[in-house]
Ligand binder design. Sequence first.
Ligand code: FAD
Length: 437
Amino acid sequence: MPALTTPSLPSLWSATATPPPPTQPLDHDAVADVAIIGAGYAGLSAALHLAEAGRHAVVLEAVEIGHGGAGRNNGMVIPALTRAYPADLRARFGIVRGDRLARLVAGSAAFTFDLIRRHQIACDAVQTGWTQPAHSPGRARLARDRFEQWQALGADVAYLDRNETATLSGSPLYHGAWLARSGGHVNPLKLVRGLAGAAQAAGATIHTQSPVTAVARDGEGWRLATPSGSLRAAKVIVATDAYSDNLFPQLRRSIVPVRFFQLATAPLPEAVRRQVLPGCQALSDTHADMYFVRPTVDGRLVSGGALVLNHRWQPRLARHVAGRLARMFPALGPSVSFDYAWDGHVAITTDFLPRLHELAPGIVTVAGYNGRGVALATASGKVLADAVLAGGSSADLADLDIPLTPLAPIPLHGALTRVASLELLRYRWRDTQEVAA
Ligand SMILES: Cc1cc2nc3c(=O)[nH]c(=O)nc-3n(C[C@H](O)[C@H](O)[C@H](O)COP(=O)(O)OP(=O)(O)OC[C@H]3O[C@@H](n4cnc5c(N)ncnc54)[C@H](O)[C@@H]3O)c2cc1C
């Protein structure tokens, strides 16, 4: 399968972001300490941290900075995983390793906002918190349990009862919520372009329009080929996530790329803004077919979702999301209109956990952020940089905050990818059962 080269739609982000820093395609035979494949959050954060540590890092990007999820996402900075909570991580990886991963996740939003502040990245960063409200009484009990788990780990979290949730969100729909105060939202394309600028300023080199087409052994290191050049490096970081192509076919087959859609409303009247997410938090609720929404600095809401069938997706999605938003926020009235619609692919893993793999000696990757990569991929970039700085051996990789696991291609991957969106039907059925319960 070729790289996912969905043409960039006129997203809100591409209409409002400052231009990317200047870059050129790789057009010669170059040498670096570390080669990084992919200019999203993970690759650029790794490049920045490696450059700050005095290593020459060269990023090769197939298309442009933020071409993948980094330039297309909703921009919520979320210090939590999609499904797994600290107890799940302990059960899966043991107390010590499970808690290390949980702490990385819990600290990932603060890490990202600190990085933004340290490098003065202008990306409309708003650290007002991220909240997960519960759509049923049973989910409210779970939300309290989740809050207690994160609190026990030292995370800056709160539990809100029904009234407090309505006041915080402006929505009467919910039975309670937990709030991660370190979360928030950004303009995601401004963030990834800003990270690129910070990495360049620290000494990293970025080549766009430079897809890596082959990786071959070269003495003790590796040689990466692009259409008009090559790059030799001792270590390689692969940061391609949902946009992984056939460069490492086993990696591509270990994640399911699921298409997600985003919509941005027109700017809301001031009186409505004061009633919808009045505290400017980002919100994704407990529906399996998740309702999510975040405000922007110019008074819009950005929401979206997945669809079972993707044909004529724009009008169908607009109706679907407008209905949801009207149910969530009566103050919006019945006719919500949208100025922008765009899409992208999210990397889903079978257990909804991110993965760290050694693809070959000296080649490392993290993938499978399951729709939670704004904070986690940015934090993982530092994990990857630290792994390389420690030497990058298998022993070094086995002692990171993300547990090292063997690469496990998903059986019947092609078929599963084609029918993945049908899973939504099961999610929606489950959601109706829970609300009725
Ligand atoms: C619609 C949508 C909404 C989302 N909303 C949120 C959200 O609100 N909050 C959140 O936390 N997460 C969200 N996500 C997920 C988040 O965007 C991703 O987890 C994150 O972008 C992953 O970052 P990354 O750096 O690992 O990979 P990406 O940002 O996907 O970057 C990978 C890069 O690798 C490049 N590449 C691939 N193959 C090659 C090759 N052979 N050679 C060179 N380059 C290559 C691609 O062109 C791409 O630029 C969303 C994703 C989507 C699509």
